[in-house]
Design a protein around this ligand. Structure first.
Ligand SMILES: Cc1cc2nc3c(=O)[nH]c(=O)nc-3n(C[C@H](O)[C@H](O)[C@H](O)COP(=O)(O)OP(=O)(O)OC[C@H]3O[C@@H](n4cnc5c(N)ncnc54)[C@H](O)[C@@H]3O)c2cc1C
Length: 446
Protein backbone atom coordinates (compact mmCIF):
# COMPACT_ATOMS: atom_id res chain seq x y z
CA UNK A 1 0.00 0.00 0.00
CA UNK A 2 1.33 3.46 -0.92
CA UNK A 3 1.81 5.82 2.02
CA UNK A 4 2.68 9.49 2.56
CA UNK A 5 4.58 11.01 5.45
CA UNK A 6 2.67 13.38 7.74
CA UNK A 7 4.96 15.64 9.76
CA UNK A 8 4.56 15.67 13.56
CA UNK A 9 2.75 18.74 14.89
CA UNK A 10 1.48 20.35 18.07
CA UNK A 11 -2.26 19.90 18.60
CA UNK A 12 -4.25 22.39 20.68
CA UNK A 13 -6.10 21.03 23.68
CA UNK A 14 -9.69 22.16 23.19
CA UNK A 15 -11.01 21.03 26.58
CA UNK A 16 -10.35 18.85 29.62
CA UNK A 17 -13.09 16.77 31.20
CA UNK A 18 -13.34 13.92 33.67
CA UNK A 19 -15.26 11.50 31.44
CA UNK A 20 -15.22 11.81 27.65
CA UNK A 21 -17.83 9.87 25.70
CA UNK A 22 -17.32 9.58 21.93
CA UNK A 23 -20.53 8.89 19.97
CA UNK A 24 -23.97 10.00 21.12
CA UNK A 25 -26.14 7.04 20.06
CA UNK A 26 -28.28 5.09 22.53
CA UNK A 27 -25.11 3.89 24.28
CA UNK A 28 -23.15 7.16 24.28
CA UNK A 29 -25.99 9.46 25.27
CA UNK A 30 -26.93 7.09 28.09
CA UNK A 31 -23.30 6.81 29.22
CA UNK A 32 -23.00 10.60 29.46
CA UNK A 33 -26.31 10.90 31.35
CA UNK A 34 -25.41 8.12 33.79
CA UNK A 35 -21.91 9.48 34.49
CA UNK A 36 -23.35 12.91 35.24
CA UNK A 37 -26.06 11.47 37.49
CA UNK A 38 -23.47 9.37 39.29
CA UNK A 39 -21.67 12.56 40.29
CA UNK A 40 -19.17 13.40 37.53
CA UNK A 41 -18.95 17.19 37.28
CA UNK A 42 -17.66 17.49 33.68
CA UNK A 43 -18.68 14.94 31.06
CA UNK A 44 -17.75 15.58 27.41
CA UNK A 45 -19.85 14.12 24.59
CA UNK A 46 -18.33 14.09 21.08
CA UNK A 47 -20.65 13.55 18.10
CA UNK A 48 -19.74 13.71 14.40
CA UNK A 49 -23.23 14.84 13.27
CA UNK A 50 -25.46 17.78 14.21
CA UNK A 51 -27.86 15.82 16.42
CA UNK A 52 -27.70 13.32 19.25
CA UNK A 53 -29.08 9.78 19.15
CA UNK A 54 -27.27 7.73 16.50
CA UNK A 55 -29.44 5.16 14.72
CA UNK A 56 -32.83 5.84 16.39
CA UNK A 57 -32.70 9.52 15.39
CA UNK A 58 -30.32 9.97 12.44
CA UNK A 59 -30.73 6.46 11.05
CA UNK A 60 -34.56 6.41 11.25
CA UNK A 61 -34.58 3.23 13.30
CA UNK A 62 -37.93 4.08 14.81
CA UNK A 63 -38.85 0.74 16.39
CA UNK A 64 -37.63 0.18 19.94
CA UNK A 65 -38.51 -3.26 21.26
CA UNK A 66 -39.28 -3.55 24.95
CA UNK A 67 -36.52 -5.38 26.70
CA UNK A 68 -37.95 -6.78 29.88
CA UNK A 69 -36.11 -9.14 32.12
CA UNK A 70 -37.20 -11.59 34.73
CA UNK A 71 -39.41 -11.30 36.76
CA UNK A 72 -41.50 -8.90 34.64
CA UNK A 73 -40.76 -9.46 30.96
CA UNK A 74 -42.50 -6.29 29.78
CA UNK A 75 -41.13 -3.80 32.29
CA UNK A 76 -38.87 -1.07 30.94
CA UNK A 77 -36.15 0.27 33.22
CA UNK A 78 -33.75 3.16 33.63
CA UNK A 79 -32.94 5.62 30.88
CA UNK A 80 -34.97 3.64 28.33
CA UNK A 81 -38.07 4.20 30.48
CA UNK A 82 -37.22 7.89 30.66
CA UNK A 83 -37.13 8.11 26.83
CA UNK A 84 -40.66 6.68 26.69
CA UNK A 85 -42.01 8.95 29.42
CA UNK A 86 -40.45 12.05 27.94
CA UNK A 87 -41.70 11.19 24.43
CA UNK A 88 -45.21 10.73 25.84
CA UNK A 89 -45.02 14.15 27.44
CA UNK A 90 -44.53 15.58 23.93
CA UNK A 91 -47.90 14.26 22.80
CA UNK A 92 -49.51 11.69 20.55
CA UNK A 93 -47.39 12.12 17.43
CA UNK A 94 -44.19 11.34 19.31
CA UNK A 95 -44.68 7.62 19.73
CA UNK A 96 -46.95 4.59 19.43
CA UNK A 97 -47.10 2.24 22.38
CA UNK A 98 -49.73 -0.44 23.11
CA UNK A 99 -51.90 0.56 26.10
CA UNK A 100 -51.17 -1.22 29.39
CA UNK A 101 -54.21 -3.49 29.06
CA UNK A 102 -52.92 -4.81 25.71
CA UNK A 103 -49.36 -5.53 26.85
CA UNK A 104 -48.78 -9.26 27.40
CA UNK A 105 -52.13 -10.10 25.77
CA UNK A 106 -52.58 -13.15 23.51
CA UNK A 107 -56.09 -12.06 22.56
CA UNK A 108 -56.47 -12.67 18.77
CA UNK A 109 -58.11 -9.29 18.14
CA UNK A 110 -55.38 -7.36 19.93
CA UNK A 111 -52.71 -9.47 18.24
CA UNK A 112 -54.35 -8.74 14.87
CA UNK A 113 -54.27 -4.99 15.55
CA UNK A 114 -50.67 -4.80 16.79
CA UNK A 115 -49.28 -7.28 14.24
CA UNK A 116 -49.43 -4.57 11.61
CA UNK A 117 -46.79 -2.62 13.55
CA UNK A 118 -43.41 -4.19 12.84
CA UNK A 119 -42.08 -6.19 15.81
CA UNK A 120 -44.89 -5.45 18.27
CA UNK A 121 -45.78 -9.13 18.68
CA UNK A 122 -43.01 -10.89 20.59
CA UNK A 123 -43.24 -14.54 21.71
CA UNK A 124 -46.92 -14.60 20.68
CA UNK A 125 -47.88 -11.63 22.89
CA UNK A 126 -48.45 -7.92 22.45
CA UNK A 127 -45.17 -6.40 23.64
CA UNK A 128 -44.44 -3.14 25.40
CA UNK A 129 -42.47 -1.86 22.40
CA UNK A 130 -42.67 1.63 20.88
CA UNK A 131 -42.31 3.37 17.54
CA UNK A 132 -40.69 6.73 18.23
CA UNK A 133 -40.69 9.83 16.07
CA UNK A 134 -36.98 10.35 15.28
CA UNK A 135 -37.10 14.14 15.32
CA UNK A 136 -38.99 14.32 18.62
CA UNK A 137 -36.48 11.86 20.05
CA UNK A 138 -33.71 14.29 19.06
CA UNK A 139 -35.52 16.97 21.08
CA UNK A 140 -35.93 14.63 24.06
CA UNK A 141 -32.24 13.71 24.05
CA UNK A 142 -31.29 17.41 23.95
CA UNK A 143 -33.66 18.15 26.82
CA UNK A 144 -32.13 15.41 28.92
CA UNK A 145 -28.66 16.93 28.44
CA UNK A 146 -30.03 20.41 29.27
CA UNK A 147 -31.51 19.08 32.50
CA UNK A 148 -28.03 18.07 33.69
CA UNK A 149 -27.33 21.79 34.19
CA UNK A 150 -24.08 22.09 32.28
CA UNK A 151 -22.43 18.94 33.65
CA UNK A 152 -22.52 17.40 30.15
CA UNK A 153 -20.71 19.34 27.42
CA UNK A 154 -21.65 18.23 23.90
CA UNK A 155 -19.13 18.85 21.09
CA UNK A 156 -21.13 18.53 17.87
CA UNK A 157 -19.84 17.96 14.34
CA UNK A 158 -16.55 16.67 15.71
CA UNK A 159 -15.09 13.37 14.60
CA UNK A 160 -13.05 11.31 17.06
CA UNK A 161 -10.02 10.44 14.91
CA UNK A 162 -7.32 9.25 17.30
CA UNK A 163 -6.61 8.20 20.86
CA UNK A 164 -4.12 10.14 22.98
CA UNK A 165 -2.12 7.38 24.67
CA UNK A 166 0.39 7.36 27.49
CA UNK A 167 1.71 3.80 27.23
CA UNK A 168 -1.37 1.62 27.71
CA UNK A 169 -3.43 4.36 29.31
CA UNK A 170 -5.77 6.57 27.33
CA UNK A 171 -5.53 10.27 28.24
CA UNK A 172 -7.87 11.80 25.69
CA UNK A 173 -9.11 11.83 22.13
CA UNK A 174 -8.09 13.78 19.04
CA UNK A 175 -10.99 15.27 17.11
CA UNK A 176 -11.30 16.83 13.65
CA UNK A 177 -13.63 19.82 13.51
CA UNK A 178 -14.37 22.98 11.57
CA UNK A 179 -11.80 24.63 13.85
CA UNK A 180 -9.25 22.02 12.83
CA UNK A 181 -7.59 19.19 14.70
CA UNK A 182 -7.96 19.43 18.48
CA UNK A 183 -7.51 17.22 21.55
CA UNK A 184 -9.94 16.71 24.42
CA UNK A 185 -8.30 15.27 27.50
CA UNK A 186 -10.07 13.02 30.03
CA UNK A 187 -9.51 10.71 32.98
CA UNK A 188 -11.78 8.06 31.47
CA UNK A 189 -12.82 7.69 27.83
CA UNK A 190 -15.92 5.78 26.75
CA UNK A 191 -15.94 4.61 23.14
CA UNK A 192 -19.61 4.67 22.10
CA UNK A 193 -18.99 5.11 18.37
CA UNK A 194 -20.79 1.82 17.74
CA UNK A 195 -17.86 0.81 15.53
CA UNK A 196 -15.16 0.80 18.22
CA UNK A 197 -13.25 3.60 16.43
CA UNK A 198 -11.48 4.95 19.49
CA UNK A 199 -10.54 1.53 20.90
CA UNK A 200 -9.07 0.61 17.50
CA UNK A 201 -7.05 3.86 17.45
CA UNK A 202 -5.88 2.99 20.98
CA UNK A 203 -4.43 -0.25 19.62
CA UNK A 204 -7.03 -2.68 20.95
CA UNK A 205 -7.56 -5.91 19.06
CA UNK A 206 -10.95 -6.47 17.53
CA UNK A 207 -13.03 -8.73 15.33
CA UNK A 208 -15.05 -7.49 12.38
CA UNK A 209 -16.11 -10.71 10.70
CA UNK A 210 -19.85 -10.95 9.98
CA UNK A 211 -21.51 -14.01 8.54
CA UNK A 212 -23.48 -12.70 5.52
CA UNK A 213 -26.53 -14.57 6.84
CA UNK A 214 -26.53 -12.37 9.96
CA UNK A 215 -28.74 -9.25 10.13
CA UNK A 216 -25.84 -7.11 11.34
CA UNK A 217 -23.78 -7.80 8.20
CA UNK A 218 -26.11 -5.42 6.35
CA UNK A 219 -25.96 -1.69 5.86
CA UNK A 220 -29.19 0.28 5.46
CA UNK A 221 -30.47 3.56 4.03
CA UNK A 222 -33.84 4.10 5.63
CA UNK A 223 -36.35 6.64 4.36
CA UNK A 224 -39.85 7.86 5.16
CA UNK A 225 -42.99 8.26 3.11
CA UNK A 226 -45.63 10.92 3.69
CA UNK A 227 -49.24 11.10 2.43
CA UNK A 228 -50.04 7.48 3.31
CA UNK A 229 -52.96 5.89 5.13
CA UNK A 230 -51.07 3.31 7.13
CA UNK A 231 -54.14 1.74 8.76
CA UNK A 232 -55.70 1.10 5.34
CA UNK A 233 -52.44 -0.46 4.14
CA UNK A 234 -52.17 -2.61 7.29
CA UNK A 235 -55.73 -3.90 6.88
CA UNK A 236 -55.06 -4.69 3.22
CA UNK A 237 -51.87 -6.56 4.16
CA UNK A 238 -53.62 -8.52 6.89
CA UNK A 239 -56.01 -10.02 4.35
CA UNK A 240 -53.28 -11.22 1.97
CA UNK A 241 -52.37 -14.90 1.75
CA UNK A 242 -48.78 -15.82 2.65
CA UNK A 243 -48.03 -16.25 -1.05
CA UNK A 244 -49.46 -12.84 -1.98
CA UNK A 245 -47.55 -11.19 0.84
CA UNK A 246 -44.29 -12.82 -0.25
CA UNK A 247 -44.83 -11.61 -3.81
CA UNK A 248 -45.47 -8.05 -2.61
CA UNK A 249 -42.38 -8.12 -0.40
CA UNK A 250 -40.18 -9.58 -3.13
CA UNK A 251 -41.06 -6.52 -5.22
CA UNK A 252 -39.85 -4.21 -2.43
CA UNK A 253 -36.73 -6.31 -1.79
CA UNK A 254 -35.68 -6.08 -5.44
CA UNK A 255 -35.14 -2.36 -4.87
CA UNK A 256 -31.77 -2.35 -3.12
CA UNK A 257 -32.96 -4.60 -0.29
CA UNK A 258 -35.86 -2.37 0.78
CA UNK A 259 -38.70 -3.64 2.94
CA UNK A 260 -42.39 -2.82 2.71
CA UNK A 261 -43.73 0.21 4.60
CA UNK A 262 -43.72 0.01 8.40
CA UNK A 263 -45.67 2.08 10.91
CA UNK A 264 -44.50 5.39 12.28
CA UNK A 265 -45.98 7.36 15.15
CA UNK A 266 -48.36 9.11 12.65
CA UNK A 267 -50.84 7.28 10.42
CA UNK A 268 -49.94 9.46 7.41
CA UNK A 269 -46.27 8.47 7.49
CA UNK A 270 -44.43 5.20 6.89
CA UNK A 271 -40.90 4.07 7.56
CA UNK A 272 -38.92 2.03 5.03
CA UNK A 273 -36.19 -0.15 6.48
CA UNK A 274 -33.57 -1.60 4.13
CA UNK A 275 -30.81 -4.22 4.20
CA UNK A 276 -27.86 -4.34 1.82
CA UNK A 277 -24.89 -6.63 2.35
CA UNK A 278 -21.93 -4.33 3.01
CA UNK A 279 -19.55 -3.09 5.67
CA UNK A 280 -19.95 0.09 7.70
CA UNK A 281 -16.14 0.11 8.01
CA UNK A 282 -15.44 0.46 4.27
CA UNK A 283 -15.45 3.77 2.39
CA UNK A 284 -16.57 2.15 -0.89
CA UNK A 285 -19.53 0.36 0.72
CA UNK A 286 -20.61 3.44 2.68
CA UNK A 287 -20.48 5.47 -0.52
CA UNK A 288 -22.33 3.01 -2.68
CA UNK A 289 -25.28 1.86 -0.64
CA UNK A 290 -27.00 5.20 0.07
CA UNK A 291 -26.45 6.35 -3.51
CA UNK A 292 -27.89 3.13 -4.97
CA UNK A 293 -30.94 3.44 -2.72
CA UNK A 294 -31.51 7.01 -3.89
CA UNK A 295 -31.23 5.87 -7.51
CA UNK A 296 -34.14 3.44 -7.13
CA UNK A 297 -36.31 5.55 -4.83
CA UNK A 298 -38.60 6.70 -7.65
CA UNK A 299 -39.13 3.09 -8.69
CA UNK A 300 -40.04 2.31 -5.10
CA UNK A 301 -42.61 5.10 -5.10
CA UNK A 302 -44.14 3.89 -8.37
CA UNK A 303 -44.40 0.36 -6.97
CA UNK A 304 -45.75 1.29 -3.56
CA UNK A 305 -48.43 3.63 -4.99
CA UNK A 306 -50.17 0.58 -6.46
CA UNK A 307 -50.83 -0.73 -2.95
CA UNK A 308 -54.03 0.28 -1.07
CA UNK A 309 -53.29 2.96 1.51
CA UNK A 310 -50.16 4.08 -0.36
CA UNK A 311 -51.83 5.65 -3.42
CA UNK A 312 -50.75 9.20 -2.50
CA UNK A 313 -47.38 8.35 -0.99
CA UNK A 314 -44.54 10.78 -1.53
CA UNK A 315 -40.94 10.74 -0.43
CA UNK A 316 -40.81 12.60 2.88
CA UNK A 317 -37.07 12.29 3.51
CA UNK A 318 -34.11 9.95 3.66
CA UNK A 319 -32.24 9.29 6.92
CA UNK A 320 -29.31 11.67 7.38
CA UNK A 321 -27.16 8.81 8.69
CA UNK A 322 -26.37 5.52 6.97
CA UNK A 323 -27.80 2.56 8.81
CA UNK A 324 -24.90 0.83 10.51
CA UNK A 325 -25.73 -2.49 12.11
CA UNK A 326 -22.37 -4.14 12.82
CA UNK A 327 -18.83 -2.70 12.88
CA UNK A 328 -15.85 -3.72 15.02
CA UNK A 329 -16.30 -5.83 18.13
CA UNK A 330 -13.52 -4.92 20.54
CA UNK A 331 -11.82 -7.78 22.40
CA UNK A 332 -12.41 -7.25 26.09
CA UNK A 333 -11.85 -9.16 29.30
CA UNK A 334 -14.89 -11.32 28.54
CA UNK A 335 -16.52 -12.18 25.21
CA UNK A 336 -20.23 -12.99 25.17
CA UNK A 337 -21.09 -16.07 23.12
CA UNK A 338 -24.32 -17.17 21.59
CA UNK A 339 -24.36 -20.31 23.76
CA UNK A 340 -25.09 -18.11 26.78
CA UNK A 341 -28.57 -17.53 25.41
CA UNK A 342 -29.11 -21.30 25.62
CA UNK A 343 -27.29 -22.13 28.85
CA UNK A 344 -27.04 -19.00 31.02
CA UNK A 345 -23.75 -18.34 32.77
CA UNK A 346 -24.13 -16.26 35.94
CA UNK A 347 -21.54 -13.52 36.20
CA UNK A 348 -20.90 -11.60 39.42
CA UNK A 349 -20.35 -8.41 37.39
CA UNK A 350 -23.59 -8.69 35.40
CA UNK A 351 -24.78 -5.40 33.87
CA UNK A 352 -27.52 -6.64 31.52
CA UNK A 353 -29.93 -9.56 31.59
CA UNK A 354 -31.44 -10.22 28.20
CA UNK A 355 -33.04 -12.89 26.12
CA UNK A 356 -32.74 -12.65 22.36
CA UNK A 357 -34.73 -9.53 21.62
CA UNK A 358 -37.06 -11.52 19.39
CA UNK A 359 -37.83 -14.10 22.06
CA UNK A 360 -39.01 -13.33 25.57
CA UNK A 361 -39.74 -16.84 26.84
CA UNK A 362 -36.24 -18.20 26.44
CA UNK A 363 -33.48 -18.23 29.06
CA UNK A 364 -31.71 -14.86 29.28
CA UNK A 365 -27.99 -14.24 28.96
CA UNK A 366 -26.24 -12.41 31.81
CA UNK A 367 -23.91 -9.91 30.17
CA UNK A 368 -20.92 -9.02 32.36
CA UNK A 369 -19.23 -5.63 32.82
CA UNK A 370 -16.01 -7.21 31.50
CA UNK A 371 -17.48 -7.24 27.95
CA UNK A 372 -16.89 -3.46 27.99
CA UNK A 373 -13.34 -3.48 29.48
CA UNK A 374 -10.77 -3.79 26.65
CA UNK A 375 -7.88 -6.16 27.28
CA UNK A 376 -5.28 -3.74 25.98
CA UNK A 377 -6.03 -0.23 27.24
CA UNK A 378 -6.48 1.34 30.66
CA UNK A 379 -9.29 3.75 31.54
CA UNK A 380 -11.06 3.06 28.28
CA UNK A 381 -14.50 1.45 28.16
CA UNK A 382 -16.27 0.28 25.01
CA UNK A 383 -20.04 0.35 25.08
CA UNK A 384 -22.96 -0.19 22.69
CA UNK A 385 -22.79 -2.49 19.71
CA UNK A 386 -18.95 -2.70 19.69
CA UNK A 387 -18.88 -4.58 23.03
CA UNK A 388 -16.98 -7.86 23.18
CA UNK A 389 -19.17 -10.56 21.68
CA UNK A 390 -19.15 -13.12 18.92
CA UNK A 391 -20.97 -12.02 15.77
CA UNK A 392 -23.92 -14.24 16.58
CA UNK A 393 -24.21 -13.11 20.21
CA UNK A 394 -23.88 -9.47 19.12
CA UNK A 395 -26.64 -9.91 16.58
CA UNK A 396 -28.93 -11.21 19.34
CA UNK A 397 -28.13 -8.39 21.73
CA UNK A 398 -27.16 -5.10 20.07
CA UNK A 399 -30.48 -3.35 19.53
CA UNK A 400 -31.39 0.04 20.98
CA UNK A 401 -32.48 -0.99 24.51
CA UNK A 402 -29.38 -3.19 24.90
CA UNK A 403 -27.18 -0.25 23.97
CA UNK A 404 -29.01 2.10 26.36
CA UNK A 405 -28.44 -0.36 29.21
CA UNK A 406 -24.78 -0.97 28.40
CA UNK A 407 -24.20 2.76 28.01
CA UNK A 408 -25.84 3.56 31.33
CA UNK A 409 -23.71 0.91 33.07
CA UNK A 410 -20.52 2.21 31.41
CA UNK A 411 -21.23 5.79 32.51
CA UNK A 412 -21.74 4.66 36.10
CA UNK A 413 -18.56 2.55 36.00
CA UNK A 414 -16.56 5.55 34.76
CA UNK A 415 -17.94 7.69 37.61
CA UNK A 416 -16.97 5.07 40.20
CA UNK A 417 -13.45 4.74 38.79
CA UNK A 418 -12.96 8.51 39.08
CA UNK A 419 -14.51 8.82 42.56
CA UNK A 420 -12.41 5.94 43.92
CA UNK A 421 -9.22 6.79 42.01
CA UNK A 422 -8.98 3.30 40.48
CA UNK A 423 -8.66 1.97 36.95
CA UNK A 424 -11.92 1.20 35.17
CA UNK A 425 -11.03 -2.51 35.18
CA UNK A 426 -10.68 -2.47 38.99
CA UNK A 427 -13.92 -0.79 40.09
CA UNK A 428 -16.05 -2.19 42.90
CA UNK A 429 -18.84 -4.25 41.36
CA UNK A 430 -20.88 -3.84 44.54
CA UNK A 431 -20.77 -0.06 44.02
CA UNK A 432 -21.60 -0.46 40.33
CA UNK A 433 -24.70 -2.48 41.19
CA UNK A 434 -25.71 -0.11 43.98
CA UNK A 435 -25.63 2.89 41.65
CA UNK A 436 -27.31 0.92 38.84
CA UNK A 437 -30.22 0.18 41.19
CA UNK A 438 -30.30 3.82 42.31
CA UNK A 439 -30.56 4.82 38.64
CA UNK A 440 -33.53 2.45 38.16
CA UNK A 441 -31.59 -0.27 36.32
CA UNK A 442 -32.29 -3.95 36.71
CA UNK A 443 -29.72 -5.97 38.66
CA UNK A 444 -30.60 -9.55 39.62
CA UNK A 445 -30.64 -10.11 43.40
CA UNK A 446 -28.22 -13.03 43.40
C1 LIG B 1 -31.51 -0.09 9.56
C2 LIG B 1 -31.37 -0.55 10.96
C3 LIG B 1 -32.48 -1.11 11.55
C4 LIG B 1 -32.40 -1.49 12.88
N1 LIG B 1 -33.53 -1.93 13.48
C5 LIG B 1 -33.61 -1.91 14.82
C6 LIG B 1 -34.85 -1.95 15.46
O1 LIG B 1 -35.88 -2.06 14.80
N2 LIG B 1 -34.88 -1.83 16.81
C7 LIG B 1 -33.73 -1.71 17.53
O2 LIG B 1 -33.82 -1.60 18.76
N3 LIG B 1 -32.52 -1.68 16.95
C8 LIG B 1 -32.43 -1.75 15.62
N4 LIG B 1 -31.23 -1.63 14.98
C9 LIG B 1 -29.99 -1.66 15.77
C10 LIG B 1 -29.72 -0.41 16.57
O3 LIG B 1 -30.21 0.74 15.91
C11 LIG B 1 -28.23 -0.22 16.86
O4 LIG B 1 -27.63 -1.45 17.19
C12 LIG B 1 -28.03 0.76 17.99
O5 LIG B 1 -28.51 2.04 17.61
C13 LIG B 1 -26.57 0.84 18.37
O6 LIG B 1 -26.40 1.86 19.33
P1 LIG B 1 -24.96 2.49 19.58
O7 LIG B 1 -25.14 3.62 20.51
O8 LIG B 1 -24.01 1.40 19.95
O9 LIG B 1 -24.48 2.98 18.14
P2 LIG B 1 -25.13 3.99 17.09
O10 LIG B 1 -26.60 4.08 17.22
O11 LIG B 1 -24.56 3.60 15.78
O12 LIG B 1 -24.52 5.40 17.53
C14 LIG B 1 -23.15 5.70 17.37
C15 LIG B 1 -22.97 7.20 17.41
O13 LIG B 1 -21.59 7.50 17.36
C16 LIG B 1 -21.35 8.50 16.36
N5 LIG B 1 -19.99 8.26 15.86
C17 LIG B 1 -19.53 7.17 15.22
N6 LIG B 1 -18.24 7.26 14.99
C18 LIG B 1 -17.85 8.45 15.47
C19 LIG B 1 -16.58 9.11 15.55
N7 LIG B 1 -15.45 8.54 15.09
N8 LIG B 1 -16.54 10.34 16.11
C20 LIG B 1 -17.68 10.94 16.60
N9 LIG B 1 -18.89 10.34 16.56
C21 LIG B 1 -18.96 9.11 16.03
C22 LIG B 1 -22.44 8.26 15.33
O14 LIG B 1 -22.66 9.41 14.55
C23 LIG B 1 -23.62 7.90 16.23
O15 LIG B 1 -24.30 9.04 16.69
C24 LIG B 1 -31.20 -1.33 13.62
C25 LIG B 1 -30.08 -0.80 13.00
C26 LIG B 1 -30.17 -0.41 11.68
C27 LIG B 1 -28.98 0.18 11.04
Amino acid sequence: MRTIHEPARETQVYDEVEVLVVGSGPAGHSAAMAASRAGVGRVGLVERFNHLGGMPTGGYVVYIPSLGYEPDIWRIYGIQKEWVERLKAHGGDSLIQPPEEDVGSRDPQRIHHWKSYFGFIISGMVSNSIDADPDMLKVVLDEMIEDENGRIIPYMQCWGVDAVMDGDTIRGVVIESKEGRRAIMAKVVIDATGDGDIAAFAGCDYEDDWDPAIRSSNLASCFRLGGVDFRKYADFKADLSAEELNKLNRGFKAMHGAFGPNAMARNDQAWINTAWLGSCMKIADLTKHDRDMRLCMEDYLKYVRQVPGMENAYLLDMAPQSGTRGGRRILCEYTLTSEEFEAPVHHEDVVMVTGRYTDRLHAPAYVPYRTMVPKQAENLLVTGRAYSSTAKANDSANVIPHCVIMGQAAGIAAAIAIADGVKTRDISIAKLHEEMRRQDMYVPEN
